[in-house]
Design a protein around this ligand. Structure first.
Ligand code: FAD
Ligand code: MG
Ligand code: MG
Length: 314
């Protein structure tokens, strides 16, 4: 799949989700969340910065939030192209999708999980990302702001960067969908069209999409930081049978998983249980290191306040 095809796929996933009439409050809320994000992207962002000439870059770390934003971003890119193509005097089918790769930036700040690194590389291929990776030796002793300074030296045409940050993230509460960086950061515009998304919305859309997701989530992670300060979420631990009081957490997304996009038509993409992304050997010892505790998958947790319970204090 080229960028054109995968953008069209994301468009179809999004349209299918918006058409769902299985009315759970989570699905209705997520449909509204998608509509608002699409409005930011199509009406406020792509009208001010061109998505096709390198003015906008995408910040990507393989996490669930920026993956959701990526799916919506590509979906809107497709819509932006088709709408413009229809306005043109030439028939849309004779027009070439205006770009081959999406400018993307990953700052390799902490020592990361090999599983996550593999996932970033796999998905860079899948979504046709032209991935800028900060230099490891530098990045790990460098502030994120300085890493972005280096990035801008190489890509000075960048005017705005899309970020999958949500209001429930630390210091996220006061952020706005479109805002300049703070004074101690290099100067560009932050595009944050996912602020209003709750954890439940993220999982509902991502599980429905049937896209590969990082295997760490399958093993109980709910928020992925550096390897030294992230463990699976303790609230998802499967406790031993002796502990009779321990109840299994409720799965809110059974319907999305059963009725996921294209389910049955693409057997290679059966993700739940046998994720396309796999837990790397190097990371298997992490779960063993935790005293053989098993964990429910990350999507069994929908309380935003507990999302980072697996993050240890640095
Ligand atoms: P996460 O959920 O891990 O990250 C939220 C989003 O940030 C991700 O979805 C992804 O889009 C992006 N992101 C996170 N880590 C990386 C990474 N290693 N490489 C690439 N993208 C990543 N803070 C300020 O105080 N002032 C600023 O002006 C400011 N500008 C920023 C501009 C950009 C482009 C980015 C990516 C971050 C900026 N930040 C700024 C920091 C930001 O507010 C978050 O603190 C930071 O993204 C870490 O997020 P998190 O780990 O809390 O949440
Ligand atoms: Mg996040
Ligand atoms: Mg982070």
């Amino acid at each position: 799949m080229g960028l054109s095809e995968v953008s069209e796929l994301c468009y179809k996933i999004t349209e299918s989700y918006l058409k769902l009439n299985h009315e759970t409050s989570i699905i209705i809320e997520t449909q509204n969340a998608i509509r608002l994000t699409r409005h930011y992207l199509l009406d406020d962002i792509f009208t001010r910065w061109s998505p096709i000439n390198g003015e906008i870059s995408f910040s990507y770390n393989g996490g669930k939030d920026c993956q959701v934003l990526l799916l919506l971003y590509l979906s809107c890119l497709w819509e932006f192209f088709i709408v413009n193509a229809k306005r043109s005097q030439f028939e849309a089918k004779y027009q070439k999708f205006p770009m081959e790769q999406l400018p993307t930036v990953f700052i390799d700040q902490d020592e990361t999980f090999t599983t996550l690194e593999n996932f970033i590389l796999e998905t860079s291929k899948r979504y046709n990302l032209s991935l800028y990776e900060s230099k490891k030796e530098v990045g790990r002793n460098q502030s994120m702001a300085d890493a972005f300074r280096d990035f801008l030296k190489i890509y000075p045409e960048t005017k705005a960067i899309a970020i999958g940050v949500r209001s429930t993230d630390p210091y996220g509460e006061l952020l706005k969908p479109i805002q300049k960086t703070d004074s101690n950061w290099p100067n560009f515009t932050r595009l944050q069209p996912l602020l209003h998304w709750k954890l439940a919305n993220i999982w509902s859309f991502l599980l429905f999409s049937n896209e590969p997701i990082c295997a760490l989530y399958v093993h109980g992670f709910t928020s992925i930081g550096g390897i030294k300060n992230t463990i699976p979420n303790p609230y998802l631990a499967v406790q031993n049978k002796e502990n009779k009081e321990n109840k299994a957490p409720k799965l809110y997304f059974e319907w999305e998983i059963k009725n996921s996009f294209n389910n049955g038509e693409s057997p290679t993409n059966k993700r739940i249980g046998t994720s396309v992304s796999y837990l790397d050997k190097a990371d298997e010892k992490i779960s063993i290191g935790l005293g053989q505790t098993k964990f429910f998958p990350g999507w069994y947790l929908i309380d935003d306040a507990l999302e980072r319970a697996g993050r240890l204090k640095k």
